[in-house]
Design a protein around this ligand. Structure first.
Ligand code: GTP
Ligand code: MG
Length: 584
């Protein structure tokens, strides 16, 4: 957990604390036209957010995005390059294997290139001319992957012709830079949108996430032909912050189901398989083997830990070349559905992501969240709280899950392990909200709302979009939207919840004061969101409040003193006893 007092502001290299290896900072060095166009589109849509004019272009379904990205990743290779390289020659060399759609370079303890070919066959062609390195003292495991190492045949003859690769830094802003950006913003809405723009995953980061999953899939496919490794969680649910972990789901369900409908005749053919006593044991066995495989054969996979006794068994490892901290699970289909639901909520209204990012950064700045598991609130729970809050606005900004279920058609129907996970998946069929509240007002109201929420008796429930009586006594109860008998924040203890409530109240108070004394933009003084992200400011507010409110012992002492000093005539005697009002 980060020490209190360390400013949020780039609460980014957090995962470094969780990782066994140092997390590299990505420096994007160059990108081709198609990527640049995507980035431009992203910027354009971010500008739409700022001006409040909603983007009316049709929005892609989650499954469409996943399919497109996955297919793109399968045509992509990752290449560790020599530090001094001619980009032109590099591209020319690779073009022998086919047309290149896009490419970019980044730095992460060395120079890496991500190259997307137009055709999958180009990858095979490149693999066919690639050799396994010969080691002098060690032995190489001859695993043919899509992660290559490029060497120069004759380095000295090539250095003179190098072209400089244009460097553009794509790591999140430093504390100082973010603070400046926020101070110079024109309004609080502008501040929240700036924070979103600076922290959201870039196009290149997203591509690298899908590529990493695809590389792991190649490895798992050595055991389980036709398996799929899908990213889930914040990498794909639209709430991912630069530096967030990469949650992966090893999907074995499609295996053997692909062509079963096509068979005809009187017979049904099944694979001979091994049986184990339960699904959980099957999951543990599969992950155990894949964990070994990653550890022994996975190029760039280090620090592999098998955490098989957790409620949701997983294999955790660092993918060195991408710098991602990865959590691989299987038999976790509901989490994938949760990611799709959050994607819908994050894409429906442009204010949602801006608010969630700010709340997540605020929580991180004040050590309410941590990269280490424990009794604190998770980002997932915080996101649910924001969604719930937005469902409670008048008119609502987000629809309830039950409403999304009523809009679903037959194709949307989805039952997982007996849980009804049905909701409409086509975003374009959900009517936009008529609510026009500003982000500034929503942020204030969020703190007011949760600063005064009856956590002791009520549960947060995005399925119905209204408070419900808590079914159990955990301090914080947020109903799992699909496994409705579960509480996603069961881990949160009373003191962490109280800390959240106190900070929410203090933040609401600060924002109410801000209205009166907002500094002029030229003064370079933190204001609005920048103030809220400074842990020192909130702790001084709480100190000031504590000072104002004297402790009970002090109040009693003062009272007794005032009684002592008061005249005897004013004392009330009843049967020889003096009655003293102890009300302060
Ligand atoms: P980051 O903090 O940015 O990684 O957010 P995240 O949403 O990716 O959270 P995390 O990596 O902890 O978990 C990944 C996904 O697992 C989440 O998005 C959820 O879909 C799911 N998940 C996490 N925690 C819980 C939980 O307590 N209960 C349930 N049912 N699902 C969870
Ligand atoms: Mg995650």
């Amino acid at each position: 957990m980060a020490a209190r007092g360390v400013g949020m502001l780039a609460c980014l290299p957090l995962c470094a604390q969780r990782s066994q290896v140092l997390r590299p900072t990505h420096r994007l060095l160059s990108c081709s036209g198609t990527v640049a166009a995507d980035v431009k589109r992203e910027e354009q849509s971010s500008r739409n957010v700022e001006t409040g004019s909603e983007d009316r272009t049709p929005k892609k379904k989650f499954s469409e995005v996943q399919k497109e990205r996955r297919e793109q990743a399968q045509r992509t290779v990752l290449i560790h390059c020599p530090n001094k390289i001619s980009e032109k020659k590099f591209l020319k060399y690779l073009s022998q294997h086919g047309r290149i759609n896009s490419h970019f370079f980044y730095e992460s303890f060395g120079l890496y290139a991500v190259v997307e070919f137009s055709q999958k066959e180009s990858v095979t062609s490149l693999q066919n001319v690639t050799r396994t390195p010969s080691m002098e003292t060690e032995a190489a495991i001859p695993f043919k992957s899509r992660f290559f190492n490029l060497k120069m045949k004759n380095p000295s003859s090539q250095t003179s012709e190098q072209s400089c690769i244009q460097s553009s830094n794509h790591s999140p802003p430093s504390n100082k830079k973010l603070s400046e950006l926020l101070c110079y913003a024109e309004s609080m809405d502008d501040q929240l949108n700036t924070l979103l723009k600076e922290f959201q995953l870039t196009e290149e980061d997203i591509k690298l996430r899908y590529l990493t999953c695809s590389l792991i899939e190649d490895l798992a496919a050595a055991y389980f032909q036709d398996c799929t490794v899908r990213p889930f969680g914040s990498s794909v649910n639209s709430f991912g912050k630069l530096g967030c972990d990469l949650d992966m789901f090893l999907d074995l369900d499609e295996i053997g189901k692909l062509n079963t409908n096509k068979t005809s005749g009187n017979f049904l053919m099944e694979f001979q398989v091994k049986n184990v006593p339960s699904e959980r044991i099957a999951t543990q066995k599969i992950l155990s083997v894949i964990g070994e495989c990653l550890d022994h054969f996975g190029p760039g996979c280090v620090g592999v830990q098998k955490i098989l006794n957790a409620r949701c068994p997983l294999v955790r490892f660092s993918h060195q070349a991408s710098g991602f901290q990865c959590d691989l699970t299987t038999n976790n289909r509901i989490a994938l559905k949760s990611s799709e639901l959050l994607y819908i909520y994050g894409t429906l209204d442009s204010r949602v992501r801006a608010l969630v990012f700010s709340i997540r950064c605020w929580a991180r700045a004040h050590s309410l969240t941590s990269s280490i598991p424990g009794s604190w609130i998770t980002n997932f729970s915080l996101t649910m709280m924001v969604i719930f809050f937005l469902q409670r606005r008048s008119p609502p900004i987000l629809p309830t899950l039950d409403y999304l279920k009523t809009l679903a058609d037959a194709e949307d129907k989805c039952i997982i392990e007996g849980h009804n996970c049905t909701f409409i998946r086509d975003l374009n069929r959900i009517k936009p909200s008529g609510n026009t509240e500003t982000l500034e007002s929503l942020l204030k109201e969020f703190f007011e709302y949760f600063g005064n929420f009856a956590f002791n008796k009520n549960s947060i429930n995005i399925r119905q979009g209204r408070e419900q009586n808590k079914p159990e006594s955990s301090p914080l109860h947020i109903q799992n939207p699909f496994e409705t008998s579960l509480n996603i924040s069961k881990n949160v203890n009373q003191s962490q919840l109280q800390k959240f409530v106190d900070l929410a109240r203090e933040s609401a108070w600060i924002l109410s004061q801000e209205d009166k004394d907002r500094p002029s933009p030229s003064s370079n003084q933190p204001w609005g969101l920048a103030t809220l992200l400074q842990p020192s400011v909130l702790s001084s507010v709480s100190l000031a409040k504590k000072k104002r409110k004297k402790p009970a012992s002090e109040r009693i002492k003062n009272l007794l003193e005032s009684i002592k000093s008061s005249s005897p005539e004013n004392d009330t005697h009843t049967n020889g006893k003096r009655t003293v009002s102890t009300q302060a």
